[in-house]
Write a protein that binds this ligand. Structure first.
Ligand code: RP5
Length: 194
């Protein structure tokens, strides 16, 4: 980020140069520690299509992660054990995607102090509204951060922001990502304005 700022000063409003630096930072992927910092869990393999955009973005981040399937209904014991062990395994955030009677994020959050980000999946004729309500309406005392229906990109970005509070490389990546979106939108606006 500092290098972006320094570059910004020296480039004196040269958007092309700033973009080049942001892109360069995004490509940098420091060797991750062996232990995953982020767990991405889903209730069924049918949730994978919804998670894909977020996972593709996660692949570019300097965050070691683990992806798995665990279900609040079909494998409840496994799901509870996963939640119980999450903190001692070193996870700093959990993204949990589920559809329909989407109890996975909430049940996971009831077993751990690791922050859980819930991603509602469209899995029924209710188009994801059922999943959204199931995930967002948690009882007082058991918080789950809930992103929009099927918005796995924001689920991953929010989890990355949580992890970034104690991982400078992640924060640097996120700043570069913000800068890149800014550059891209300014370039689009400039093209429209002619
Ligand atoms: C939920 O039930 C899963 O998260 C999934 O979104 C939904 C449907 O699962 P499948 O019947 O497609 O396996 O537990």
């Amino acid at each position: 980020v500092d290098s972006i700022r320094a570059h910004k000063d020296s480039a004196k409003n040269s958007n092309e140069d700033i973009s080049a630096t942001a892109t360069e930072l995004l490509k940098r992927n420091p060797i991750p520690p062996a232990k995953p910092l982020l767990a991405v869990v889903m209730g069924s393999d049918t949730d994978l299509a919804t998670l894909r955009p977020g996972l593709e973005l996660l692949d570019k981040m300097p965050i070691p992660y683990l992806v798995t399937i665990t279900s609040a209904h079909r494998t409840p014991q496994h799901m509870l054990n996963f939640g119980k062990a999450a903190a001692s395994r070193g996870f700093k955030a959990i993204v949990a995607a589920a559809g329909g009677a989407a109890h996975l994020p909430g049940m996971m959050a009831s077993e751990t102090t690791v922050p859980v980000v819930g991603c509602p999946v469209k899995a029924s004729s209710m188009d994801g509204l059922d999943s959204l309500f199931a995930i967002v309406q948690m009882p007082r005392g058991i918080p789950v951060a809930t992103v929009g229906i099927a918005n796995s990109t924001n689920a991953i970005l929010l989890a990355a922001r949580i992890i970034g509070t104690s991982e400078p490389a992640v924060q640097e990546w996120l700043s570069a990502h913000l800068q890149q979106m800014d550059d891209e939108n300014m370039a689009k606006a400039a093209r429209l304005e002619g």
